[in-house]
Design a protein around this ligand. Structure first.
Ligand SMILES: Cc1cc2nc3c(=O)[nH]c(=O)nc-3n(C[C@H](O)[C@H](O)[C@H](O)COP(=O)(O)OP(=O)(O)OC[C@H]3O[C@@H](n4cnc5c(N)ncnc54)[C@H](O)[C@@H]3O)c2cc1C
Length: 368
């Protein structure tokens, strides 16, 4: 049996590791951090993932909020609501990723923590992987290192050359928010999601143009000057209990096109392409891409397909499932973060519900 190396232990990496290990494949996964840890993420997962997660024991047995209502507010505080056909549920990444890590360990995955993958080379049908601790070899490598990593520079990926103007900021809070609702509040240069997760708390997570941060110098002042202009956000910020000392922050979030295979590495999750967060579908895509990559890798490990067929088939499946969703997400994002476009979006959600429902559908997949 061939062996598999996975670079990165977020959703895509951990799910792939569990699926492959369950089938008897020798899997090593390297994650640069140590579980459990918080991540910048809205923590709303589309229900399209539930049958797959449950049938593979990849969802903790917890009471999780079910979300089927969507509220959209514009920069100046106009509001509209929509019932979500498919809906989703809320779970913190702190809880979910830690659970998946424990599942991976129990399935026999060799998880290397505090291990940063520095370089991956492919020669004579084998990969050589250099980490900050050691050099390893593998027959197959899955890239699961997220939206942006130093590895992207090493691999000379095109998207990494361009700077990206977005930053993401996330808190866990306690406030009076209906547990069945995900709200998306616009502000100038960004938008902020709020929905409930495990532990009777809410995730408040926003994407902002870096000009906002540059102009006001720090997060707290920017929030007061920009986010508070939307009365819904002002009320949340002024009345909620904030559960962290400081927020989780990430910079340089890019929605540029990437390739699902680079230097023979099969890219999964955000490493293959990141959908704009307003769609609430990035985690479902990470999980689904892990599923299709693992199924094909298993065929390769059992010598039922060649490497060329593996890469061709993965590229084909990835494009068929996700390319259109990413494109739709980029187009819809243009309606957010400015006064008149966000008013237009609110009018659409309030008055032309079939069209709004159709737009939501364009950014989501079918149950798998
Ligand atoms: C502001 C914001 C809000 C979002 N809200 C939602 C939402 O509500 N719903 C939703 O579905 N999606 C949301 N997303 C998207 C979602 O978070 C991602 O799509 C999802 O986390 C992708 O999973 P992943 O496994 O590909 O990457 P990640 O979860 O980012 O995991 C990548 C892992 O790789 C590790 N890593 C990176 N480089 C290396 C290296 N060189 N060596 C070793 N390890 C490495 C990292 O430490 C990390 O643990 C949001 C994103 C943002 C930015």
């Amino acid at each position: 049996m061939k062996n598999v190396f996975i670079a990165g232990g977020g959703l895509a990496g951990l799910v792939s590791a569990c699926l492959l290990a369950k089938k008897g494949v020798a899997v090593t996964l390297a994650e640069r951090k140590t579980y459990p840890f918080h991540r910048v993420c809205g923590e709303y997962i589309s229900n399209e993932t539930i049958p797959f997660l449950k049938s593979n024991n990849l969802l903790p047995d917890l009471h999780l909020p079910q979300i089927n209502q969507f509220q959209l507010t514009s920069v100046n505080g106009k509001s509209a609501e929509l019932t979500l056909d498919l809906g989703g549920f809320g779970i913190s990444r702190y809880t979910l990723d830690h659970f998946l890590y424990q599942q991976a360990i129990s399935l026999g995955v060799n998880v290397l923590l505090n291990t940063e993958v520095e370089d991956i080379r492919f020669e004579n049908e084998m990969f050589e992987i250099k980490t900050n601790h050691q050099t390893l070899q593998a027959d197959v490598v899955l890239g699961a290192f997220g939206k942006r990593s130093r590895l992207d520079v090493k691999l000379h990926r095109d998207f990494i050359q361009a700077r990206s103007p977005y930053a993401g900021i996330k808190y866990h809070i306690r406030t009076n928010h209906p547990s069945n609702t995900i709200a998306l509040h616009n502000f100038k240069g960004g938008y902020c999601g709020i929905s409930e997760v495990d532990g009777n708390k809410q995730t408040l997570c926003y994407l902002t143009h870096r000009n906002n941060l540059k102009q006001y110098g720090n997060i707290a002042d920017m929030e007061k000057a920009v986010l508070y202009k939307n009365p819904f956000l002002k009320s949340i910020f002024e009345n909620a209990e904030f559960l962290y000392v400081k927020p989780e922050v990430i910079n340089e979030i890019s929605f540029a096109r990437k390739t699902p295979v680079t230097n023979h590495i099969l890219m999964t999750g955000d490493s293959a392409g990141m959908i704009t967060p307003l769609c609430g579908n990035g985690m479902a895509m990470a999980i689904h891409s892990a599923k299709i990559a693992s199924e094909l890798v298993l065929e390769f490990c059992n010598n039922r397909v060649t490497r060329t067929e593996l890469e061709r088939e993965y590229t084909h499946k990835w494009n068929a499932l996700f390319a259109r969703r990413l494109w739709a997400g980029r187009q819809i994002q243009k309606l957010f973060g400015a006064e008149w476009t966000s008013n237009l979006a609110v009018n659409l959600v309030g008055r032309v519900k079939p069209v709004a429902g159709w737009l939501v559908k364009q950014t989501h997949g079918d149950i798998f």
